[in-house]
Design a protein around this ligand. Structure first.
Ligand code: GLP
Length: 275
């Protein structure tokens, strides 16, 4: 068994938390800095961990306030998390305090369009849970500027997000904040890169997105990543420079952010140390 396999089996046997600027020499794993990183052996366990952390946070905040502003992502990564939320917590009264806010949407995808993110959220989650309120993006809006203004106002009224769950694009985008994109607004329209269109299997050229400054005001952020296709970007996000060229790296400046990864996605974070 090589050193790498030993390290991986250590990971398999136990959840490993890599925290700021620390080297857990007993586990022979190094982590650079910024956010907390939790590595779970499998996608299933990553989803379970995310589900439990999310519910714990939701209940805590719901114990303190009348409303909890929750923002959830779309994509393949959170699918199991959403199944678990339904399986385990469908009838939990906490949902009665949740304001669920849509994170992003393709420009041109109406809520009833199966490719739209709103359709995804509704069919996988919202139709099965009773949240207090849902705030959705109208991707099919005729007047794009009006939709941007409307959503900016809604976000302003909300103040900030209590719990933000994110996935990550292969180029480091979070929500639809593509590399290099910046905006003064809380919500804006962005040009999608060809890579994102290809990976997502769509031809939409633009998207609505909550922007990075508003996302960074969230009180708690949890980013999920799974699988081989995320290995490289997870490494660049956590080990490279903090830069808007890798939007996810900006999360490293946030005071309460955790990355929950499966072991495959975390492979490149594991730096073997010579015995
Ligand atoms: C899309 C979404 C992101 C999501 C990303 C990753 O581009 N805009 O919010 O995080 O895809 O998706 P997946 O989980 O399918 O890899």
């Amino acid at each position: 068994m090589g050193l790498r396999s030993i390290i991986l089996s250590l990971l398999i046997s136990k959840t490993v938390i890599l925290s700021s600027i620390s080297t857990f020499s007993s586990r022979r794993i190094q982590c650079p800095y910024g956010v907390k990183v939790m590595v779970e052996p499998t996608y299933e366990e990553m989803s379970e961990r995310a589900c439990e952390i999310l519910m714990k946070k939701l209940k805590k905040i719901a114990g303190e306030k009348e409303e909890v502003v929750l923002v959830l992502p779309t994509g393949r990564t959170p699918i199991r998390l959403y199944e678990l939320l339904i399986e385990r917590y469908k009838d939990d009264p906490v949902w009665g305090k949740v304001i669920l806010v849509q994170l992003d949407e393709y420009v041109g995808a109406s809520p009833e369009d199966e490719e739209s993110f709103q359709y995804f959220l509704k069919s996988r989650l919202l139709n099965k849970l009773r949240v207090k309120r849902f705030i959705g993006i109208n991707g099919g809006a005729k007047n794009l500027e009006e939709e941007v203004i409307r959503y900016n106002e809604l976000l302003k009224e909300l103040g900030s997000i209590d719990i933000l769950v994110l996935g990550i694009g292969r180029n480091g985008h979070i929500a639809f904040n593509e590399p290099g994109f910046s905006s003064q607004l809380n919500f804006d329209i962005v040009e999608l890169t060809e890579e994102t269109q290809k990976v997502n299997g769509v031809t939409y050229e633009k998207a609505f997105t909550i922007t990075v400054p508003y996302l960074l005001k969230s009180k708690f952020i949890m980013l999920l990543a799974s699988g081989e296709s995320k290995q490289e970007i997870i490494e660049r996000t956590l080990k490279g420079p903090i830069s808007k060229d890798i939007p996810a790296s900006l999360l490293r400046g946030h005071p309460d952010c955790i990355f929950i990864l499966d072991e495959v996605a975390a492979t490149k974070l594991i730096t073997p140390i010579r015995p």
